[in-house]
Design a protein around this ligand. Structure first.
Ligand code: CA
Length: 696
């Protein structure tokens, strides 16, 4: 369950017309988002702009700007900031074209901002069904927008793809990209090329069938769709490719959808006219439950190359056949030309959640190299001849076979943007060490619209299985040509931010300890930092307006680990903001206000009731509100509930009194007695921080 205290300012786009004139001034003579094939293909000739998620179609997250550099970065300061109106975090990479910054934020609200002053030109609220977060895993964020011929494109968690007028923020078209009767979500950033906009889907943890769709950018009509896993053979196959994939599955996989979702990584390759699609884990996670007779389960955890015009299959590389550990292979895929073994190779690079860094020949999908960049215990190596991992045990995990493995479910590297600098020829990876105990449930039954992992939540402390080591975070400089580590910077903890490199020899990252930091890109020397009071996980960008360079980032800790992992960030109560820095910037952020100790209502619950509440909380609430009722900052920490929230607890939990803020009703799963027990457990967990004398 989730109680969102978003309080977003719902300024409607009817006001947008008032801002159109201001926008035209900002844009100069150019119409808003005047972006087409010619400009995007030559994005490197416009270092002042950031027009694609990774700045160019190579998705390298590198800026050629040099005004802010390793010699003067100590003079970097805040130029402006914009509160988005919520404390739930953001994962979006901003875009900048001709002086206007476009981005998405909490609840998929789209913003247009004067990139020089931070003045908001318009915002569009898609009014997503906020209770939909009960049917998805990781919070109401997406990875950003796309621009094309005067329009801004963005997805919504409830499965829509929107096209907005870039000048006014008015809706031009909206397409439902998913079946609303299934637990799909859209959390990625769209990509645009040749008058087509492509978007993927999430939902692998709930149980869906993955696909990616291309729409006509002008009208929103579907051009092509590619399913990543086969459906029920009795219904016929969409293509010979699906018929081929179905031969690698057994049992009745289609009942739980199969998985293979496409929730983040999409890369367009103009040289080869291909779209590379990364695919996620299977539904459910365990291969024994999903495909009991074995098989590779194509195309789970794969990189698939599709013809950009038709969506037709060209090649695939399956990183993990029969994937079983939530090792989504959807992370950013960066294109580059590397000199390997004395010759130039056109490569695709991915730092996998599974702990291996992959370098592929992108003309044919052949694996060139793969090396572990964090401790990896599920596989000993990747066999370069077959491209397959050499797993460390015949049975990955089972009902009576709990295994402690690295990486765990948060990955050696998750979705956070990495950066490739063509100057240092290094890739910079926000990496982490994360271990997890995997155990399969003895009684699996698919539950529609709910979590369907197939894990055994009771097997938390199995005898003979060691405790997971503490999580660690570091920023890794990696040489992709030799597929080996160059150097690393140890960080305070895991789940640090996406990274940016610039031609000014800078490497920039928001850290989980609430600071925004600049290092030298060649040596990793720490040059500058500034407290921003939250972990910025989204990707920073660099742009320039009127000859002045800025660095911008969406700041607000977000994603799966902050939701379930508890209070690991320095920040706990900071508004989510868009920040922009420049040399000599002197704007200051408000000092964070500490929270008052909560006043607890009297509780006479028995230890048995509190224990029952603990178990119910773990089963129904913890995936959003955090283990032990300590949230990671972006979601209300229930220990600090107000007297009013305490008074209305049952109505909120069971009947949707705060559905508008995202707290879905749970009366279908919980009784009033259950809600009382959960309430008693939360009060008990809050006692150590409560005001003296409260709750007794
Ligand atoms: Ca997953």
């Amino acid at each position: 369950m989730t109680i969102w205290s978003a309080g977003i300012n719902r300024r409607t786009s009817t006001l947008a017309g008032l801002f159109t004139a201001a926008l035209a001034t900002v844009c100069g003579a150019r119409p808003a988002a005047d972006v087409d094939d010619a400009r995007l293909l030559a994005a490197d000739r416009e270092p002042q702009n950031w027009m694609i998620n990774g700045r160019t179609y190579e998705e390298g997250h590198f800026s050629p700007l040099t005004q802010i550099n390793d010699h003067n970065v100590t003079r970097l300061g805040l130029a402006w900031y914009l509160d988005v109106g919520s404390r739930i975090g953001t994962e979006a990479t901003p875009l900048v074209v001709d002086g206007v910054l476009y981005t998405t934020s909490v609840w998929n609200i789209v913003h247009a901002i004067d990139a020089r002053t931070g003045r908001e030109l318009w915002r569009y609220d898609p009014h997503v069904d906020r209770t939909w977060i009960r049917h998805m895993c990781c919070g109401p964020a997406n990875k950003g927008a796309a621009l094309w011929k005067g329009k801004v494109y963005a997805g919504t968690i409830d499965g829509r793809l929107l096209a907005l007028d870039a000048a006014s923020g008015n809706l031009v078209w909206s397409t439902q990209t998913t079946d609303p009767a299934q637990p799909y979500s859209v959390i990625g950033a769209p990509r645009v090329f040749h008058d087509k906009v492509i978007i993927g889907v999430g939902g692998g943890e709930m149980g869906v069938r993955g696909y990616v769709t291309a729409y006509d950018a002008a009208t929103g009509k579907q051009v092509w769709r590619f399913y990543t896993v086969p459906g029920n053979p009795a219904n016929g196959f969409e293509s010979p490719t699906m018929e081929m994939a179905a031969r690698t599955w057994t049992g009745q996989w289609w009942q739980a959808g199969g998985g293979g979702t496409t929730w983040d990584g999409l890369t367009y390759d103009p040289k080869l006219n291909l779209v590379y699609v990364g695919t996620g884990n299977g539904s459910p996670w365990s291969r024994e439950l999903r495909s009991p007779g074995g098989g590779d389960n194509l195309f789970l955890c794969s990189i698939i190359a599709l013809n950009a015009d038709s969506g037709a299959y060209r090649w695939h590389y399956q990183a993990i056949p029969a994937e079983s550990w939530d090792y989504d292979c959807v992370a950013q895929m960066t294109l580059a030309e590397l000199r390997i073994g004395g010759r130039a190779r056109q490569v695709l690079m991915q730092a996998g959640k599974n702990g291996f860094f992959y370098v592929l020949d992108r003309s044919n999908g052949k694996l060139i190299s793969a090396s572990a960049f964090v401790p990896v215990s599920w596989a000993s190596r990747i066999d370069l001849r077959t491209g397959r991992p050499v797993e460390t045990a015949a049975q990955p995990y089972g009902v009576d076979n709990t295994r402690l493995l690295s990486p765990g479910v948060f990955g050696g590297h998750a979705w956070h943007a990495m950066s490739y600098s063509p100057l240092t020829r290094l890739v910079y990876i926000p990496a982490q060490e994360d271990w997890f105990r995997y155990s399969r449930t003895p009684h699996y039954e698919h539950t529609p619209m709910a979590w369907n992992l197939g894990l055994n939540p009771q097997a938390r402390d199995p005898p003979g299985v060691p405790d997971p080591p503490p999580r660690k975070g570091f920023l890794l400089a990696w040489n992709p040509a030799t597929n080996s580590e160059a150097w690393r910077i140890d960080l305070h903890g895991p789940w640090n931010g996406s990274v940016l490199t610039t031609a000014g020899n800078l490497l920039l990252q928001g850290a989980a300890d609430g600071r925004f930091v600049a290092y030298s890109a060649d040596k990793g020397q720490r040059l500058w930092d500034m407290p921003i009071h939250t972990g910025a996980v989204a990707a920073p960008i660099a742009y320039s307006v009127d000859g002045e360079e800025y660095i911008a980032v969406g700041a607000g800790w977000a994603g799966s680990l902050p939701i379930v992992g508890g209070g690991m960030s320095a920040a706990h109560d900071t508004p989510t903001r868009i920040l922009a820095f420049k040399l000599g910037g002197n704007v200051t952020l408000p000092t964070p206000v500490g929270r008052a100790a909560p006043s607890l209502p009297a509780s006479t619950a028995s230890p048995e009731t509190i224990e029952r509440g603990r178990r119910l909380y773990a089963a129904n609430c913890r995936l959003c509100h955090g283990g032990a009722v300590i949230s990671g900052g972006m979601i209300p920490d229930l220990r600090y509930m107000s007297p009013q929230t305490h008074a209305e607890f049952g109505k909120i939990v069971l009947y949707g009194a705060r559905a508008a803020q995202g707290m879905a009703p749970f009366a279908d799963l919980l009784s009033e007695t259950d809600a009382d027990a959960i309430h008693a457990y939360i009060i008990e967990q809050a006692r150590p921080i409560a005001a003296p004398g409260a709750g007794h």
